[in-house]
Each structure stands twice: as structure tokens, then as C-alpha cells.
Design a protein around this ligand. Sequence first.
Ligand SMILES: Nc1nc2c(c(=O)[nH]1)N[C@H]1C(S)=C(S)[C@@H](COP(=O)(O)O)O[C@H]1N2
Ligand SMILES: [Mo]
Length: 227
Amino acid sequence: MYDPNSKRIQGREKLIQYRKALQEKQKWEGEMPMGEGELNRNGNPKVPPGQRVTENWPVLDLGFQPELDETTWNLTVSGLVKNVKTFSWEEFMAFPQVEDISDFHCVTSWSRLDNHWRGVRFRDIVNHCELLPGAKFVYIKAYDAYSTNLPLEEAMKEDVLLVHHWEGHPLTRDHGGPVRMITPQIYAWKGAKWIGEIVIRDYDEKGFWEQRGYSNTGEPWLNDRYS
Ligand SMILES: Nc1nc2c(c(=O)[nH]1)N[C@H]1C(S)=C(S)[C@@H](COP(=O)(O)O)O[C@H]1N2
Ligand SMILES: [Mo]
């Protein structure tokens, strides 16, 4: 925790591995310059290919921002878990509260670096409900018409959080307050704002943007944007 740079180095290493594997080095290099000019003090790229750093935090939604508060919001975990359960705000806040700093990469090419989050680990909530055999995919439903999907393995990573604070302030409604998911290692569309339900499944179902041509995997460091 508290080391977004090591996460960037991991991403960068993934990219290098991938380039080696491709063995079309020159062609690839021409199409996809690494670094994009955004270098940190050590000369390493801070952002994945094709991304630019933004200082502000843009808002993206489907034109509708659900109005929720701590009394009306709740979170259901369903599907392949032993204990299907709906957590109230108080029950959600009773999980271990963690802080983390991570980057946020939007597929529309902006990245916001070093976001300071407070929230609950996705894996703590799901483990509490006890995964059943066959659990492999996650389908997320939000309080707007939004949905998204990701492999369970990605969702269980340490820095995937359900956050309620950003930079020391309660998460605002426009950014998905009171609680949204964040997926630092994959594009931000995989992190549902106004998260309402986590469905654990043995099959994959595409979410809102995945159905409309976004990548099913969405790995920023591999420039994995569209399917
Ligand atoms: N519920 C919901 N979650 C969502 C979206 C949305 O429209 N509705 N947009 C996604 C996209 S495309 C991105 S890039 C991020 C944007 O989060 P932000 O508006 O806080 O920057 O949220 C993701 N989660
Ligand atoms: Mo996005």
C-alpha cells in the first residue's frame, strides 16, 4: 500500500513482457509509443500508452446520477456465495477500513494519478459471504442503468476497493457516492459508481460498455481498450 509507483512499475513490466512476447517489436513500437512523454523523475512512464495525466477529476455517467445516502444505499452480494446478503451502510462500515493510493485510468485517455482512497476491500466483503465452488466471474449492478463485469481473480486483488472517501472527503454523488468500486489495475469503467449488487457467477456476462465494444479485459498497460 501507499506505493502507486510500484504498481506502475508492475504495469510497465507487464507491458515489456507483452512486447517481448509479440516479437513484432518494431511494428508495435511504431504504432504504440511507450511513455507518451509523461515521465516521472526516474524517467519511467507514469501512465500507460495513450493516456494523459489530468489534475482534475472528470465525471462520466449515463446522464443520470442516482440520489442515495447512507440510509437509502445498501449493497447485495448474490450468486455463487454461501450467504447471500444485503449489507446496510452500518454493516458495510463494520468491515475493516483500508486506505490506499492508486491511479485511475479512463479509457477516454485521461489518467488521474495518486488518488487517496478510503473504503473496504472487495475481497473482504465477498469472502465474508463465502464463495462457492465454480465462482469465477463477477457481474456488478449499479443504482443507475449501469453494469460491468470482470474476472473474480481481478476483483479479488488487494487494491480493488469499495470506496466511500476520496482525498479525505466523502465521495460526492457525481463520482458515485456514497459508495463506488475502484479497479486501479484495469480501466475505470470496470469500477461501478453507486454500486448496488455484486453477483458471483460461474459464467461471464458482459456489462454496459462491454456489450458496446469495450474490451472484456481492459488492461491499461496493454492498451487493451476495445474488443
Ligand atoms: N454506475 C456507473 N458507474 C460507472 C459509470 C457509469 O456511467 N455509471 N461510468 C464508468 C466510466 S466509463 C468511468 S471512466 C468511471 C468514471 O468515474 P468518474 O465519473 O468518477 O470519473 O466510472 C465508471 N463507472
Ligand atoms: Mo470511462
